[in-house]
Design a binder for this molecule. Structure first.
Ligand SMILES: Cc1ncc(COP(=O)(O)O)c(C=O)c1O
Length: 405
């Protein structure tokens, strides 16, 4: 998408907005399937926590994707968007047995990540085919909040507990059809995937009825020019070979599953916001925008560095700015960043705003959440309207007049 297209969308739909490029989502999906084309049965389950707008879900469904979900509400959104239940995978963490049973009743594939629930679920529903989430104890991921496969992590069943797990399966006679792991997000080195894959293969040797192995996700995408990214093609070559060898050893063509979020949608998204104020201080020049961490929390939460462009003046002389939000706490998007000269009213574009941006947005400071626009076939389609005052009041119940003190 060109700056002039983005500028036009900002004029048409107002500020701030999220814009997603359908072609980029498609090309990432195709890149991943191509990299693993040597695997006979491959399934991509889009991790919808990254971006859960139903138009995006529909787009990925049309491409052939399944869905990775973590809550019953995500499952319901997936069904609403048109996914068949058997194309939805449910990987919760720390949820109740009741929620798992409700999701199971919807016909969705259950993935269980602790022994307590496994035992209870197995005792009550021995005939339901279940996947188990293993914690391989591999330290991987770009940030401690997104490293989820290490020894201190709350996720998955420790590989060291496999003998206990196998005893539960034998006692309950439950049917384990899949093994899953997800070691973290933003994994730089493909050797980490390959190392963790061997642990998964070892775990798989304990079960005779497997249909699939799910390697989770964690592919690192570039945030700026020449940034490190997971070499998907190289990973595809190496992991496909090892996977096919394992299938021969196992005696069955298993399905290989990935559940990427960021890889599919991060680079497709841009966040557009307007410069409200330029404020020169003794130490820096602040550009204050009509947004804050209520709309884009990643820089504050994960320290992510989004490239910021002035699309109103893309060829302007570069100057240093600290780009900040309007929230009543420090909410800095960038410190002393070179950006083409800014003036009040200019529109900034924040790159890599497709994943974990809108989906983590809130109404903090009683601000409205932004609109979302899908750029498809050279046109912008509104896929979520800006909120209004009614949205802020929705579900709130005022005190009855008589109860007021
Ligand atoms: C179980 C699981 N699968 C998949 C993902 C998606 O990861 P990413 O967005 O890095 O591809 C996550 C992210 O938190 C996850 O927890």
């Amino acid at each position: 998408m060109q700056p002039k297209d983005l500028l036009q969308l900002s004029e048409q739909f107002g500020s701030p907005i999220y814009v997603y490029d359908a072609d980029k989502i498609k090309s990432q999906y195709n890149r991943l399937t191509k990299a693993f084309s040597k695997v006979e049965k491959l399934r991509i389950n889009y991790a919808m926590k990254a971006l859960s707008n139903i138009a995006i879900l529909q787009l990925l469904e049309e491409m052939g994707s399944g869905l990775d979900t973590v809550s019953i509400q995500e499952v319901q959104l997936g069904l609403h968007a048109g996914y068949a239940p058997e194309r939805i995978f449910y990987t919760p963490n720390g949820v109740s047995l009741e929620e798992i049973e409700e999701v199971n009743a919807l016909g969705v594939q259950i993935n269980i990540d602790n022994l307590s629930i496994l035992e209870q679920f197995g005792a009550k529903h021995p005939n339901v085919p279940v996947c188990i989430r293993i914690n391989p104890h591999v330290m991987a991921g770009g940030n401690e909040n997104i490293s989820v496969g290490h020894i201190d992590s709350k996720f998955g069943i420790s590989v060291h507990q496999l003998p206990h797990l196998v005893r539960i399966v034998e006692n309950t006679k439950m049917n384990i059809i899949g093994i899953h792991m997800h070691t973290g997000s933003d994994i730089l080195d493909i050797e980490v995937f390959l190392y963790a894959a061997e642990i998964l293969f070892d775990a798989a040797r304990n079960f005779k009825n497997l249909e699939f192995l799910d390697f989770g996700s964690g592919f690192k995408v570039p945030y700026k020019k020449d940034d490190i990214e997971t070499d998907i093609e190289e990973l595809g070559k190496k992991l496909s070979k090892r996977f096919n060898e394992f299938c021969t050893e196992y005696g069955k063509n298993l399905t290989l599953i990935f559940e990427p979020g960021k890889f599919l949608v991060s680079e497709a998204g841009q966040f557009l916001a307007k410069v409200n104020v330029i404020k020169q201080t003794t130490s820096t020049v602040f550009a204050g925008i009509d947004s804050g961490f209520n709309h884009l929390i990643r820089p504050m939460f994960y320290g992510s560095q989004h490239v910021i462009e002035n699309i109103s003046n893309p060829k302007g002389k570069e100057r240093f700015y600290s780009v900040v939000g309007y929230i009543c706490e420090t909410d800095t998007f960038a410190n002393n960043r070179r950006i083409a000269e800014l003036k009040e009213g200019d529109i900034l574009s924040f790159k890599n705003a497709g994943a974990y941006c809108y989906s983590m947005a809130s109404n903090y400071n009683s601000r409205y959440k932004p609109a979302e626009v899908l750029w498809m076939n050279g046109q912008g389609h509104l896929i979520r309207a800006h909120e209004t005052f009614e949205d802020l009041l929705k579900n709130q119940i005022p005190l009855p007049v008589k109860a007021k003190v």
